[in-house]
Structures are given as structure tokens and as C-alpha cells.
Design a protein around this ligand. Structure first.
Ligand SMILES: NC(=O)c1ccc[n+]([C@@H]2O[C@H](COP(=O)([O-])OP(=O)(O)OC[C@H]3O[C@@H](n4cnc5c(N)ncnc54)[C@H](O)[C@@H]3O)[C@@H](O)[C@H]2O)c1
Length: 287
């Protein structure tokens, strides 16, 4: 894909807005689509702060900020997607909503436009069934990580009918925007969530058995395993409600080894969800 080709991003929430930013930083014109123009503009508006942080980390030149933001065009309709070379969908994790969007996009986008979904838990092959046979080989999963502007990994997940050429094109696009793609099969949790939740469930077992405290498990992760952040600090960032939901999905798919631990259920029942509620495994100052 050429750097000047148009990319469409559907959903300007936590993931979509920063996905749009990554493409804009690599030179692409990006259409950022939301349910209304106000939300699309709000999503773009949040990128000011993100760019500020990236500038401080020397990842973006201060002088390039305006030019990058100018490449992102908030929209509330699909008509401008008629010249998109790639669309990345990042709306709510709802199968029917995502399918409706892909069905509509299929009627507007050029025949060779690649459709990518950022779903965390819905099988790619299920979402691919929303497009016609002519597009199905161009449908793929691209699982970005939060915060997208900082996290380098993208899991690239072909569905059952994804063409080999599409996989190679998407791996190349990921590299072009500065990410490192890995190819992963279309299984529940893909690769990273299986690794992560296996560790978190074991951390909760250690806690329940009184083997080590929350604080000490986090120290073990950072100083013994070289992780940049402790298991519990990360759980508080992602939110215990979402963590429990993902473990339930993994449990349904793989059985006993992913059964969520009672201690996590208790945290969710108590609304100790993490940073967003001011209390999780740790306490936080109110925003
Ligand atoms: N949050 C994470 O850490 C994370 C990580 C990897 C993948 N994901 C996946 O990314 C996707 C988005 O997650 P998020 O955390 O950004 O959600 P979010 O709730 O922050 O944003 C979703 C956005 O989609 C918009 N939307 C809904 N319907 C739409 C439509 N028809 N057209 C355009 N926009 C529409 C909503 O208005 C909202 O702004 C989900 O599939 C999620 O599973 C999330």
C-alpha cells in the first residue's frame, strides 16, 4: 500500500482514534467515521494530548503535529470511503453491529479495499460472513494493543477464506506504520490474550493461596520477569469487569484452565474495577 492511499477507520473510541493517528503519522489520509460528526471530532480532539506525549518521548517532531492532524478527516457517512484502500473497524465489541457495518462498507468501498477488524473476541471468520464472496478474500483481523500509539504489536489474523496476498499486504502495512505484526490463527483470544490471562489467573491463585501479596506479585513481574508493569497494575488499567468478561469467553472456549478465580469475581461485585473507579487492586486518586 502506498503511503498516500486513503485509510478508513470506523469508530473513534479508545482504539479507533489512535489507530487513525498511527496511519496519519505514516502519511496516510485517514477518514475517521463515527455515528455522528460530533463524536468523530471528539475522537480526533483527544489526539492532541496523545501527540503531545509522543512529542515528549521524541517519537514525533513538534513541527509535524498539525500536518499529522490535518490528514485525519472526521466523517459520519460512508460515501467518502469510496476511494479507501484499507478500512479498519474498531467499534463496540458487538457482532451484529460490526456485521451491519461491514455489510454497508461492502457496497461503498472499491473491490480491492481490504477490510480489517480490531475485534478482541469475535471470530474473524464469523465477521467475514457479513461481506460478499468477492470481498471475503480481502477480509482479515488486525488486533492492535492499547495505547495503540505506543504498543508495537499487531496480531494479524486471517479468517478461513482470507487470501495469502491479503495477509502479506496487511503485514506490510503494519510494518509501514511502524508496528510489528505477528501472524496468528483465528482462535478464541488469539495468542496474546491467552498468554496474558493464563498468567493473571495464576497470579490470582497465588493471591488466594496467600503465597504472595498483590504488591509482591507485581514486584516479581517487574524485577523477576522483566515486565514493564506488574500484573495487578495492568489489570487495573484494563479494568476488572473486562478482565472477567474475557476470562469467561476463554473459559467457554478452553475449559477449566481459564476458569476465572473467585477473587476476581469478588472485585467486580465490589465495583473495584481499577483505575476507572478509583479503586482496583490498588487505590487511585479521583480524576
Ligand atoms: N480497549 C482495548 O484495550 C482493546 C484492545 C484491543 C482490541 N479492542 C477492540 O477494539 C474495538 C473498539 O474498542 P474500544 O475500546 O476502542 O471501544 P470504545 O467504546 O472506546 O469505542 C467504540 C466506538 O465505536 C463507535 N461506534 C459504534 N457504532 C458505530 C458505527 N456504526 N459507526 C461508527 N462508529 C461507531 C462508538 O460511538 C464508540 O466511540 C472492540 O472491538 C474491542 O474489543 C479493544
Amino acid at each position: 500500500m502506498q503511503a498516500d492511499q486513503t485509510v478508513g477507520v470506523v469508530g473513534a473510541g479508545m482504539m479507533g482514534a489512535e489507530i487513525a493517528l498511527c496511519f496519519a503519522m505514516a502519511g496516510h489520509r485517514v477518514l475517521l467515521k463515527e455515528t455522528c460528526l460530533e463524536l468523530a471530532e471528539k475522537g480526533k480532539g483527544r489526539l492532541d494530548n496523545v501527540l503531545e506525549r509522543l512529542t515528549k518521548k521524541n517519537r514525533v517532531d513538534a513541527g509535524d503535529k498539525l500536518q499529522i492532524l490535518d490528514r485525519i478527516i472526521p466523517v459520519d457517512k460512508y460515501d467518502p470511503f469510496s476511494d479507501a484502500a484499507l478500512v479498519v473497524e474498531a467499534v463496540f465489541e458487538d457482532e451484529q453491529v460490526k456485521k451491519r457495518i461491514f455489510h454497508e462498507l461492502d457496497t461503498v468501498c472499491p473491490p480491492l479495499c481490504i477490510f480489517a477488524t480490531n475485534t478482541s473476541s469475535i471470530p474473524i471468520t464469523v465477521l467475514a460472513s457479513a461481506v460478499g464472496q468477492a470481498r471475503i478474500g480481502r477480509f482479515i483481523g488486525t488486533h492492535f494493543f492499547s495505547p495503540v500509539s505506543l504498543m508495537e504489536l499487531v496480531e494479524v489474523i486471517p479468517g478461513l477464506d482470507t487470501d495469502e496476498e491479503t495477509i502479506e499486504e496487511v503485514m506490510a502495512v503494519c510494518r509501514q506504520i511502524g508496528k510489528t505484526p505477528i501472524r496468528v490463527k483465528d482462535v478464541t483470544g488469539f495468542a496474546v490474550n491467552r498468554l496474558l490471562h493464563a498468567m493473571w489467573i495464576e497470579a490470582n491463585r497465588l493471591l488466594e493461596e496467600g503465597v504472595a501479596s498483590v504488591e509482591d506479585i507485581d514486584i516479581a513481574c517487574r524485577l523477576g520477569l522483566g515486565h514493564p508493569i506488574g500484573a495487578y497494575a495492568l489489570m487495573d488499567l484494563t479494568g476488572n469487569d473486562l478482565n472477567l468478561q474475557v476470562q469467561q469467553i476463554l473459559y467457554d472456549a478452553y475449559g477449566e484452565r481459564f476458569r476465572p478465580r473467585p477473587v476476581l469475581k469478588q472485585m467486580v461485585n465490589a465495583r473495584h474495577l481499577g483505575r476507572k473507579t478509583g479503586r482496583g487492586w490498588f487505590r487511585y486518586k479521583p480524576f
